[in-house]
Design a protein around this ligand. Structure first.
Ligand code: BGC
Length: 491
């Protein structure tokens, strides 16, 4: 019901813009052709026809292959029977050259005008019959002599996530699927597999499918600007999901956790576990292409820097951080220098290699009971393994975030100290609520803005929760986030 109303609004808007009354159909395509011209457009992009549309007995005939392909139908040609066929969804249409008798799903239908092969050898078919039978709306403008065929889209929301290779984003996929079952809107989730090029392809595929709202978690904050721009140009609302899309005005809303609070929670954990002075501190960061890596680091630095300044911690693996340790607040460029030196690129292998390289250089005296700022769970497990294998490391306290199942098990087993739970159910709920707001002509709730280098993007960040062995059961099992059966040795 809700969905029907929304579609009506969207289609009515399209109608107002294009100047006709469309109907709801499947697909999401607008095709325009001019009588006597080979210039046509599909979704407002120019294409050239091999045969201009013609008028015969007051009916428009168009190239048979073009119209089928433009509407997304499967086309067939039988040279023996001289039949042309179109299959789309549950429709099967067969036309015979020179005959006004057509078959639609096996039932005879009479045409106003017969399909024909022109002296040029090109086959043309009645455009209104094919389009309307498939479920598209045809409009004829007698003054411009333009035929417009519209198939309204059925896909409401497109979601693009970074990679299936990290449990974090599988959590998001699962929670989206759960939430969408009840949302009453159609949506499609695509993964970029760590590639900005793939991400752009995904966005373009969704634009072509006619999504009204794009929920995009960028692989690379700045590279994603081009995709956001394309979506905006197609009239699509762009919601930046978890990670901020940077350096473009084409971001309508940002659905996020409080990422500064994530960094603060990690750092606070280290501070709370440290006693005495000169505790060895190892810093690690996320990918420099991810705006969150800066926010996490900013939050962590805010809490750690005073404790470095007062001698509680001594930084052991970053000359850049040591050079800046007197500064309570860092600029983005300064953070960039440190992150550049201690980045894991959100990659397990890079994290492990970097930790091992740091341990190889460090003297035994720089080890002992160590404190490690690890930016997320995936990298925390790799870094923890490296530190755990070093004979000079007596104990370590290591942070994480995401409450990934393998890390929750590490926490239970005493191999990772803490994680930051970012309840993905909340993020997904917020993202869907924002999308529905846009689909129903409303504006999502905003409590703050995030500067993306071009604009302040409206957002309503969600809270995060520190989880360690002491509250793992209450925070993750009793809350219904995970099932107890997914772990062994729960406290
Ligand atoms: C997300 C984290 C995630 C990391 C690596 C960040 O942008 O906020 O939850 O662990 O990317 O994928």
């Amino acid at each position: 019901m809700k969905k029907a109303v929304v579609m009506l609004l969207v289609v009515a808007l399209l109608a107002a813009v294009l100047g006709f009354t469309p109907v709801r159909a499947a697909g999401g395509v607008v095709v325009q052709m001019t009588i006597g011209s080979t210039k046509a457009t599909i979704n407002f992009k120019a294409v050239v026809l091999d045969q201009p549309p013609i008028i015969e007995n007051g009916r428009t005939l168009v190239p048979f292959r073009f119209i089928g392909e433009a509407l997304g139908a499967k086309i067939g040609w039988d040279p023996v029977k001289k039949t042309v066929s179109y299959v789309l969804g549950d429709k099967n249409i067969v036309l015979t050259i020179g005959s006004i008798t057509a078959m639609v799903n096996g039932v005879e239908t009479t045409l106003d005008v017969a399909p024909k092969i022109l002296p040029t050898g090109r086959t043309v078919v009645p455009v209104r019959f094919i389009s309307e039978t498939i479920g598209a709306k045809v409009d004829w403008n007698s003054s411009t002599r333009i035929v417009t065929i519209t198939m309204a889209a059925t896909l409401d929301v497109g979601i693009v996530l970074p990679t299936k290779d990290e449990p974090r984003w599988i959590q998001d996929e699962t929670r989206f699927n759960d939430a969408l079952k009840t949302a009453g809107y159609s949506a499609e989730i695509l993964f970029s597999q760590g590639s900005s090029a793939k991400e752009k392809e995904n966005v373009e595929a969704l634009i072509t499918k006619g999504v009204k709202v794009l929920i995009l978690c960028p692989q690379d904050a700045t590279a994603a600007a081009a995709s956001a721009d394309e979506a905006r140009a197609a009239g699509i609302k762009v919601i930046s999901y978890d990670r901020l899309i940077r350096d473009t005005k084409a971001v309508d809303y940002y659905v996020t956790f409080d990422s500064i609070a994530v960094g603060k929670a990690q750092a606070q954990y280290l501070v709370d576990k440290a006693t005495g002075t000169k505790n060895p501190l190892y810093l690690y960061a996320g990918a420099a292409t991810d705006n969150n890596a800066f926010l996490f680091f900013e939050g962590a630095w805010d809490v750690l820097q005073p404790k470095i300044a007062d001698g509680t911690f001594v930084i052991k693996n970053s000359s850049q951080a040591v050079a800046l340790q007197g500064k309570a607040t860092l600029t983005r460029d300064e953070m960039g220098k440190i992150i550049g030196q201690v980045t894991t690129n959100w990659d397990f292998t890079i994290a492990k290699n970097l930790a091992e390289a740091n341990l190889t250089i460090a003297k035994a005296a720089d080890k002992g009971n160590v404190f490690i700022l690890a930016p997320n769970d995936g990298t925390a497990r790799s870094i923890a393994d490296a530190f755990g294998d070093d004979k000079d490391v007596k104990s370590y306290v290591i942070t994480g975030q995401d409450a990934e199942i393998p890390s929750v098990q590490y926490i239970i087993d005493g191999k990772q100290s803490m994680t930051v739970l970012k309840d993905v159910r909340t993020l997904v709920r917020d993202a869907i609520a924002a999308a529905v707001d846009y689909l129903t002509g409303k504006t999502p709730e905003q409590t703050t803005t995030y500067n993306n280098g071009k604009i302040g993007v409206p957002a309503k960040p969600s809270v995060v929760v520190t989880v360690d062995k002491s509250n793992v059961k209450a925070a993750l099992i009793d809350s219904g986030y995970y099932k107890a059966s997914e772990f062994t040795g729960l406290p």
